[in-house]
Design a protein around this ligand. Structure first.
Ligand code: ATP
Ligand code: MG
Ligand code: MG
Ligand code: MG
Length: 569
């Protein structure tokens, strides 16, 4: 690719509305442009990177025995009625009408569509097991789209679905996909961790999330260095009940009932727990000066309309919340909140210094099901605040007895679930088993946030000059920069030859023939993160060398052609 014929549009300005580094750098590098909240155009440069991620994902899915197909983005309401999710999915489901006023949604996920496909395509156990996947655009009407493509409304997902006659076979394929995920994130050059996760609105029995570790991550994950235990804090018990003097000191509990049972809280609030309440959630407040957290009881199937927190001593104010809203704040989906166990203690901790920085709350419960999530909200805590939180967690035993818990920030880039028979049952999907009896297949589903990975990779790989792509994701492996292309035909010729030869040797190379001043040209190439840069200049040609610099090296070196090829390979 000749950059003079490409569309590179970088900018020196740091975009004011971008909060995290990946969003800033993607805008500065001209990889994405915002159309509306949570909707982005991928520029030619951005698309090159996105396609690299897709390629790795596709190759590993194929290697794991999954078969690619492509399903529609727009899905009829009737399918979603069959599973009850037309109502249950909540506000993230974008509902649309056609000219006949029939209802559709723009798919946030594809369990219904794939199960419909399966019930039509599959008739015999002989066709099982089968795993289908697609790489396709999803839409979720996120409450707070933010961080660019990291939490977008329209985004690219790889979603795979598997069908099995037995639970054991589902287990087996779950493992295969789990391992494939490990290979994908390793090949992409990402530092990641697989953690136990909540099965959320999707439902099911076993689930793991894959997190790219980064301080800007919206999820807190608890893990144990002494064992293999790792869990999303949504599920892990981030803060075990019980007094811990050091932690208490660090946390400065704010006007809060700290050790109440659900029953206590319900009594304080004047609600009948047994009859009306499904879940309890804790959420942060954004408004400056507002109390540090809100506690809400979720009634019935969906909405909570009025929880008067003013009735709870110590809570000066109250606000109204819906389950969707709470789930959105907790970075999850409606329906993920666990059922209420009246006897379960709730510990509520809000650190004034953290709360002052944005929406923040820690809620914790006793072992087993969670009631509350941890959300660091928009304004990320200062490192010392994070350290305080670490103090709280460090020193607690892990749930598996293997050592002490640590906590880190993570960006969820992948999620695998064992769905069991929930969808197949609801949608009457059956196959004939060996004995000729109709059997409901067990299902697994496996998602990867393809577009989110691009941002997550930048969170882990950048410096002051810009992006430092892991090799597998770089838009090009190398760029040949031409100094003075117009004035010196020999330089142009040598650069063209090098550009041709590198590509012929299998190194995906661009030629920077835009005629920019060296400073501006190098700044661009560093900003967009190309791993290898080669400069062809008159002076170098005289000496028989090229100026070579790796993106992560402090200095450039003058190398002859053979040494250069050796270095770039
Ligand atoms: P999150 O907790 O971040 O909201 P999720 O658990 O709702 O994600 P899943 O239903 O597990 O998401 O979807 C599979 C993958 O799709 C996620 O692991 C994530 O990488 C990606 N993803 C989900 N929501 C978004 C989004 N709004 N923008 C970009 N990628 C997303
Ligand atoms: Mg999640
Ligand atoms: Mg979500
Ligand atoms: Mg998930």
């Amino acid at each position: 690719m000749r950059l003079s014929q490409f569309h590179l549009h970088t900018s020196k300005e740091t975009p004011a509305d971008a909060e995290v580094i990946s969003h800033k750098l993607m805008l500065k590098a001209g990889m994405i442009r915002k159309l509306a909240a949570g909707l982005y155009t991928w520029s030619p440069l951005g698309l090159r990177v996105l396609r690299k991620v897709e390629r790795v994902v596709r190759e590993e899915m194929d290697a794991a025995g999954a078969i690619e197909l492509l399903m529609p983005a727009v899905q009829p309401r009737e399918l979603w009625e069959e599973t009850g999710r037309w109502e249950k999915f909540g506000g993230q489901l974008l509902k649309i009408q056609d000219r006949k006023e029939a209802w559709y949604c723009f798919g946030p996920t594809h369990e219904e569509v794939i199960t419909d496909f399966a019930r039509n395509e599959l008739s015999s156990y002989k066709q099982l097991p089968v795993t289908w996947y697609q790489i396709q655009t999803k839409f979720r009407d996120e409450i707070r789209p933010r961080f660019g493509v990291m939490r977008a409304r329209e985004f690219l997902m790889k979603d795979a679905y598997s069908f099995h006659l037995s639970d054991e076979d589902l287990d087996r394929q779950y493992r295969v996909m789990y391992d494939a995920y490990g290979r994908i994130f390793t090949r992409l050059g990402l530092g990641f961790r697989a953690v136990f996760a909540d099965t959320g609105a999707i439902g099911g029995s076993a689930s793991h999330e894959f997190h790219v570790l980064a301080d800007s991550g919206e999820d807190a994950i608890a893990f144990c260095e002494g064992s293999n235990y790792a869990a999303n804090v949504e599920l892990a018990e981030a803060l075990a009940p019980g007094e811990r003097p050091a932690a208490t000191e660090a946390m400065r509990t704010v006007d809060t009932p700290t050790q109440k049972t659900c029953e206590d809280v319900a009594a304080l609030m004047g609600v009948d727990l047994a009859r009306t309440v499904k879940s309890i959630a804790l959420m942060g407040q954004h408004e400056p000066g507002a109390p540090q957290f809100v506690l809400a009881l979720v009634r019935g199937d969906h909405a909570v309309n009025e929880i008067k927190l003013s009735k709870v001593p110590g809570l000066a104010d109250y606000r109204l919340a819906t389950e969707t809203e709470i789930a959105g704040h907790l970075g999850s989906q409606p329906g993920f909140l666990g059922p209420v166990n009246p006897k379960r203690p709730i510990r509520v901790v809000a650190d004034r210094s953290v709360a002052a920085m944005g929406d923040f709350v820690i809620g914790a419960n006793v072992p087993g099901q969670h009631l509350a999530g941890v959300n660091w909200g928009r304004d990320l805590p200062e490192p010392d605040v994070v350290a305080d939180i670490r103090n709280v967690v460090a020193g607690d035993a892990s749930p598996d007895g293997g050592g002490t818990l640590g906590i880190a920030r993570g960006i969820e880039v992948g999620h695998v679930f064992q769905l069991g028979r929930k969808y197949a049952e609801a949608m009457k999907c059956t196959v004939l088993d060996e004995t000729g009896k109709a059997a409901v297949p067990a299902m697994g589903c496996y998602g990867i946030g393809v577009s989110r990975i691009v941002a997550a990779a930048i969170e882990q790989n950048h410096d002051d000059a810009g992006i430092r792509w892991p090799s597998a994701m770089a838009p090009w492996q190398a760029v040949v920069c031409v100094i003075n292309p117009k004035n010196d035909p020999a330089v142009t010729e040598a650069a063209e030859a090098l550009y041709r030869d590198l590509n012929a040797a299998g190194v995906e190379t661009a030629l920077d023939d835009r005629g920019l001043r060296p400073g501006a040209m190098f700044a661009d190439i560093e900003l967009i993160g190309i791993p290898h840069r080669v400069v062809v200049s008159g002076r170098g040609l005289e000496a028989g060398t090229f100026e070579y610099r790796r993106r992560d090296a402090a200095e450039s070196e003058n190398l002859d052609r053979t040494a250069l090829f050796g270095r770039i390979d």
